[in-house]
Design a protein around this ligand. Structure first.
Ligand code: ADP
Ligand code: MG
Length: 440
């Protein structure tokens, strides 16, 4: 018989039925070396127990153990308070904004490059963080791997915390959610699991596609989702496919997923990719020539994580070999991880043809030395693009343009570069042609 039951049976003959019932209501006690702790459901109970029975409890406990135990009655409120305090103490040295949710400090909105590919998701996330539970609930963000979904989820949490540092937020992946659920189920404390998700202001669940086929987890998730949704708490979900394509998820859960706003993050276009490369390169203190940036933007297809990986590889290589980063080196470094073929197939002839077409001039005019304004412009731009989009040498380019030496090509490149700085419309034209050629 445990010590509390012994105490109760000792007291039993001296008290009435109701008192006995109350005493039997104690579910948890803890005996340590010199302490006997009794957990009371609330502060009123604690007062009652202490005032009426503390002495007798002390006496019986001493008889039973032969030790002078300190008896302590602790109410649930005190337990909560202690937990909170130890939580706060644990957190003190850390960034107070990050608290106990695992947010990557780098995944913020200020580190997110916005393009047409992710603008809607970005705006929706901001709106939700500013009005949690009130507009798009849930917000469902889907898109391919490495396109920034996790980044947006973390950024939303950071942003909400910056507005309200006391906001109660949980970020987890569907996978981690499931492991956690299983752990709680094994301990037989599913209610504790649910309690964990009670009263949170923002629940972020990443990669819900992992719920496919996980029936039990779906049931639990449905329960938690509804409990939060009902009291107007915000839920944000991410997935690699839209809800309609999530086969193996219960219909009722899918209809919940679709009941708010569904937004897609698309693969970045070439300009967004270039901005991302530029930003990452600056962060990584890398000096990347423009042609290298273009090359990376073009060859590393859509995945932004791969893009980062490529930059790191180039940086490491240039540091180890103690060499400047050049297009040639980049090609060499990336040849194992990306298909370099595409850009190699872009020939000077193709560039000449495309540019001539755009300006409505004849390709022979471009190859001649005609001085007509439109022809000169087309010729110069074609030379410039040949320099940047192919890895042909200046000599090869001048030959391809039927020039005797490469001074004409150098002049053309300089002319185009300075014109692009001065003339916005001209710059847009060149960029348009560049992108067009890159996506051929
Ligand atoms: P997903 O969750 O969609 O697979 P992540 O959020 O993990 O993608 O993004 C992969 C990497 O790319 C991360 O390091 C992230 O910071 C970066 N990233 C993705 N999109 C952008 C963006 N628009 N601007 C800057 N970095 C980005
Ligand atoms: Mg992710």
């Amino acid at each position: 018989m445990d010590i509390w039951s012994s105490i109760v049976s000792y007291i039993e003959p001296k008290v009435d039925k109701n008192t006995l019932k109350l005493l039997k209501g104690i579910k948890e006690t803890k005996l340590s070396d010199n302490k006997f702790q009794i957990y009371a459901p609330d502060i009123v109970y604690k007062d009652w127990l202490e005032s009426k029975f503390l002495k007798v409890i002390q006496k019986v406990a001493k008889n039973l153990t032969g030790k002078d135990l300190a008896v302590e009655v602790i109410s649930q409120e005190e337990v909560d308070l202690r937990n909170e305090k130890s939580q706060i103490e644990k957190e003190l040295p850390q960034d107070k904004l990050i608290r106990n949710i695992n947010l990557n400090p780098k995944y913020t909105f200020s580190n997110l490059i916005i393009g047409n590919c992710n603008k809607i998701a970005y705006k929706a996330a901001i709106a939700v963080a500013e009005n949690p539970g009130r507009i798009y609930n849930p917000l469902f963000i889907y898109g391919g791997v490495g396109l920034g979904k996790t980044h947006i989820l973390h950024a939303t949490a950071h942003y909400m915390l910056s507005k309200n540092p006391r906001a109660n937020i949980i970020y987890t992946t569907a996978d981690a959610f499931m492991s956690e659920l299983i752990a709680y189920m094994q301990k037989g404390s599913i209610l504790d699991f649910r309690r964990r998700y009670k009263n949170i202001d923002l629940l972020l669940i990443d990669d819900v596609q992992f719920l496919v086929g996980k029936e039990r987890t779906q049931v639990e998730f449905y329960y938690i989702f509804n409990a939060l949704h009902l009291i107007g708490k915000q839920v944000i979900l991410s997935s690699d496919t839209p809800p309609s394509k999530l086969k193996g998820i219960q219909e009722r859960l899918l209809s919940r997923f679709s009941s708010g706003l569904i937004v897609e993050v698309k693969p970045p276009d070439i300009d967004t990719k270039l901005s991302i490369i530029r930003k990452k390169a600056t962060e990584m203190k890398m000096n990347l020539p423009h042609d290298v940036m273009l090359f990376i933007a073009k060859t590393v297809n859509t995945n932004i994580r791969e893009l980062e990986g490529s930059l790191m590889k180039i940086k490491a290589y240039s540091e180890i070999m103690d060499r400047q980063i050049t297009l040639e080196m980049t090609r060499e470094v990336l040849k194992d991880i990306v298909e370099v073929k595409e850009i190699e197939s872009l020939s000077i002839e193709k560039i000449q043809k495309e540019v001539a077409n755009y300006f409505g001039v004849n390709i022979n005019e471009i190859l001649s030395s005609a001085r007509k304004k439109k022809v000169v412009m087309a010729r110069q731009i074609a030379m410039y693009l040949s320099r940047y989009l192919t890895d042909k040498s200046l000599n090869e380019i001048s030959k391809a343009f039927k020039k005797k030496d490469h001074t004409t090509v150098i002049n053309a490149i300089e002319k185009v570069e300075s014109q692009m700085k001065k003339d916005r419309k001209f710059k847009l034209t060149v960029e348009f042609l560049r992108d067009k050629l890159l996506t051929l």
